[in-house]
Design a protein around this ligand. Sequence first.
Ligand code: KG4
Ligand code: ZN
Length: 363
Amino acid sequence: MPCSLTILGLESSCDDTAAAVVNLPASGRAVVLSSVVVGQQNLHAAFGGVVPEIAARAHAEKLDYCVEQALARAKTALTDIDLIAVTAGPGLIGGVVSGVMCAKGLSAATGKPLYGVNHLAGHALTPRLTDAVPYPYLMLLVSGGHCQFLLVNGPDAFIRLGGTIDDAPGEAFDKVARLIGLSQPGGPAIEQTSILGDPRRFIFPRPLSDRAGCDMSFSGLKTAVLRARDKVIVDKGGLTQQDQADLAAGFQAAVVDVLAEKTRQAFASYPDSASRTFCVAGGVAANGAIRSALETISAENGARFIAPPLALCTDNAAMIAYAGAEQSQIREPDDLTLSARPRWPLDNAQAPMLGSGKKGAKA
Ligand code: KG4
Ligand code: ZN
């Protein structure tokens, strides 16, 4: 980077409204000066998924507050900001529009350059923000709305090795938790409950594991849990805590096995390099069993394993600010015609993945 940059980032593509200030010194590592995230989970809880209209309104209401808080916590004035970066897609269109409009207003009022950033690029570049990982690196992005293996060659150079053809794993964790009577978000609830469970009592399918390549599928797994649950209820008249724990453990073991096998396949297609690094990001990367399986496979392949701190794995605006800074090194800013893109694949050379989960359009 030629000179120090202070970037204001905005994120509003799903159910978290976020703003952050990141400083990128002329040399050395980026510093997250502030990162404010206001979740909307309580607004959607009664509906069993994110309601786009409610999300868009909540983003519009909370963006100004997030920006003010982010600037105050960073002890930075808007006039000290060098550029404004905003998620311009993919995601729920109403939320993305709220963020883009807010960023355009700030840019028009201050004259600061504006960069529309791909939300997935934000996740994919996070290992550079947190650990200054050099290009190229292999990445698994695994959250409530996304699941893909990427080879990251540059700020705008991604090769998608494969991804889910239906649900994202976080979505499956959430749905399975609901099916077996656990709380939301389902991921932490299933992980916790699994500790007391026997993963061998219910052997669930490992979809697409026997197929070459990195594509994955999680929706059949969810249906298999539903069938097993129904059978227990028919046989015993209900679910005991042990049944819940065994179902949770069996499901988690299947997800771990699928992600582990597909990570092996991803390594097989990763060009040999002296500095192999495998990074994971997204809310599901919080899962201890998944992390440790991925760490083991990295070690088997002689790769460094990087999992950013959870607050930067899940949706946040610091990753958007950082991605905006990288964009500013390779292209001119966007102008006020910047528009929201509900679908925006990282790897344009490939057909978009199918499906649109509860957390919005997949790319
Ligand atoms: O990245 P994130 O905060 O939001 C997006 O989806 O963009 O990820 C949230 C997802 C939820 O589906 C949640 O159940 C899952 O991450 N999750 C977990 C764990 N913690 C959060 N899944 C499995 N194990 C966990 N410990
Ligand atoms: Zn995300």
